[in-house]
Design a binder for this molecule. Structure first.
Ligand code: PLP
Length: 223
């Protein structure tokens, strides 16, 4: 069940921060997505390539599809013709493949570098050093079909807001440092259902919210 109240409340909060909403629709059906689309939402986030392709084919073409989950190199080709932003670039190899597939489709794909800020070992992402290596690489200049537009990060899943806030602050600090040398930098993607208000206070300008709007996800991960 979609919570229209939460959608309007979040939209209003985001407006006051000049931040954008990625409605995370993974495991949700095309009809649930249509419901939110009819309320004006245009940016939707998915974490699986096949699911995103199926929904892209079924739904209105002015939806901006954001890939927010780990992306395997061999799957880039399936989304390269339509994806609007990839939040989860976590290797140079992946970035090269995105550039190659974007070139084949005669377009430029915007990407965010996913930075590992959480304490959990399992979350994907680059270290600060690795991100700087990518951004200062001479090879990147040759890659005309990708734009690195900013950073994405996920905080530790904890009730301890001090930890969450300090992780967002460290991502924000990295963003500010990199923004000075990278004129294309303008997106700081941080904050989910449980922590988006802290993220906004720490200068996020794009939040990725699923369950607060769409309700709990289906446990079997299908729609
Ligand atoms: C699922 C997911 C979200 C949204 O999570 P909620 O807690 O439902 O808001 C945000 N970002 C990423 C990368 C996700 O995989």
């Amino acid at each position: 069940m979609i919570s229209i109240d939460n959608f309007y409340k979040i939209t209003e909060e985001l407006n006051s921060y000049h931040a954008r909403l990625v409605a995370v629709s993974k495991t949700k059906s095309p009809s649930e997505i249509s419901e939110l689309y009819n309320l004006g939402q245009r940016i939707f986030g998915e974490n699986k390539v096949q699911e995103m392709c199926e929904k892209y084919n079924l739904l209105p073409k002015d939806i901006q599809w954001h890939l927010i989950g780990h992306l395997q190199t061999n799957k880039v080709k399936y989304i390269a013709s339509f994806v609007s932003l990839i939040h989860s670039v976590d290797s140079f190899k992946l970035l090269k493949e995105i550039n190659k597939q974007a070139l084949k489709n005669n377009r430029t794909i915007s990407c965010l570098l996913q930075i590992h800020i959480a304490r959990e070992e399992t979350k994907f992402g680059l270290s600060e050093t690795e991100a700087i290596e990518i951004l200062t690489s001479s090879e990147l200049i040759q890659m005309k079909n990708v734009t690195i537009s900013g950073l994405m990060g996920m905080a530790t899943l904890t009730e301890n807001t001090t930890i969450v806030r300090s992780e967002f602050q460290s991502l924000k600090n990295l963003f500010v440092r990199l923004e000075h040398v990278n004129p294309m930098f303008n997106i700081l993607s941080m904050g989910m259902s449980s922590d988006y208000q802290i993220a906004l206070q720490e200068d996020s300008n794009m939040v990725r919210i699923g369950s607060l709007i769409f309700g709990e996800r289906n446990k079997n991960n299908s729609y």
